[in-house]
Design a protein around this ligand. Sequence first.
Ligand code: 6LW
Length: 497
Amino acid sequence: MKYVNPIIKGFYPDPSVCYANGKYYLVCSSFQYFPGVPLFESDDLVNFKQIGNVLTRKSQVELDKINSSGGVFAPTIRYNNERFYMVTTNDTTHKNFYVYTDDIYGEWSEPVYVDQGGIDPSLLFDGEKVYFTSNGTDDDGEGGVCQCEIDIKTGKKLSRTKCIWKGSGGRYLESPHLYKIGEYYYLMAAEGGTEYGHMITYGRSDSPWGPFENYSKNPVLTNRNKAPYIIQGIGHGDLIETPDGDWFILSLGFRQIHHWQPYHHLGREVFLTPVKWKDGWFTAGNDGTTEFEYEITGDFAQTRKTSYTFENTPWDIEWLYLRHPKKENYTLLPHKAILNGTEITLDMADTPTFIGLRQRDFKMDLSVSVEIDSGEGGVTVYMCENEHYDIAIKKNGEYYEAVLKLNIGDIKHIQNAVRLSDNKAQLVIKSDNFGYSFMVNDNGTTTSLGYGSAKYLSSEVSGGFTGVVLGLYAIGNNTAEFTDFTINYTDSNEREI
Ligand code: 6LW
């Protein structure tokens, strides 16, 4: 079969994958969004369906007042002895912890904390031993990939934390995963930072503690020298073997808006790259790069969900809140969302009344009918509190208007305000690689409110680790009702840009 990258589109960074009971399970980071750590299932390693989230209770994850792109960093998922483990960092509290479940469709445990610093923790179950590996600094103050042995029942350290690898010389040595494959231990990691210089490197050893002999052609995978090319930033990956003995790296990467325009706003997405072994060393992709298309063994088709409605998108799986939501402000029905606004606005690193979906592709048509009593209610194309474009219905004295607000850093601009005949209207957003057109339909009359460029919502402008989320919101002590919500995506076919 032929598959096309990315296999999961939209803001789903830092993928980690495991195989259990005939299926693959994948997790990603989630930062300031709640619930935390999206969880996917797949039969074939190409088609992944989100089945839930790992961190669904406030007791599992502290997100109050955290900065955007703080909170839940890169997770690792592993399966051992009929139990799933997800280990991650809350970068705001600087704590590494894991949770576990025996039922992948059920709730996960309360956190078990491990007293080792750094980020990007990973677990290796090796017979009776469990190794806990992260980046950071060891007990003697040495920096690099650090490791200790833990008691998996309590999270207690059974050894000192020791620096086991310094990487291949790139900056930001991150995302270490230790594997036992055949007679060797392989330590794979990312270097270069999660930007255009991102790469995957590895070494091998006959001991989990090293010393690791570096692969002679590191990096084993990177798109840093591939230009002009849409797929960039390939790095931070996990290695997986299929039951047929084929090997792959699932990694993050991102799509620039154009070959010659180095901006990306959809976040870091999930890419699948074939791996080949020779003489105890592996290579990945096409001469160490990730391409759009691969032919792999398997008799199945790649399918994608391209249409999102309230009816086909359950409220408790793909929808996201900012930090810990005040649940009493949301009435989420099969065909309608009723949001109660507060004084918290979208410009604050706080918890506005907001519920959103990740933007999954460049070319999109979004429409929703909105009715408000007072205040403001609408849709935000949201990168973070500093960069977001908002289309809304707003009460202005005795009448209602449709507004478009563009917020780019210190510039907060009302682009347009059009008086409405009533307190309700249909809001429409159409996007392509380069930007968003905003329209309002008032009783059958459509008016353009303006345009916002995608590049100002990009990671290159905004910084941070997230991607654009399309959020329904309400502000003011008001009620906003949303109905007839649809998002339709068209395959952007970036190869032709
Ligand atoms: C993550 C680090 C990285 O912890 O970005 O891409 C950080 N790699 O490994 C946040 O996603």
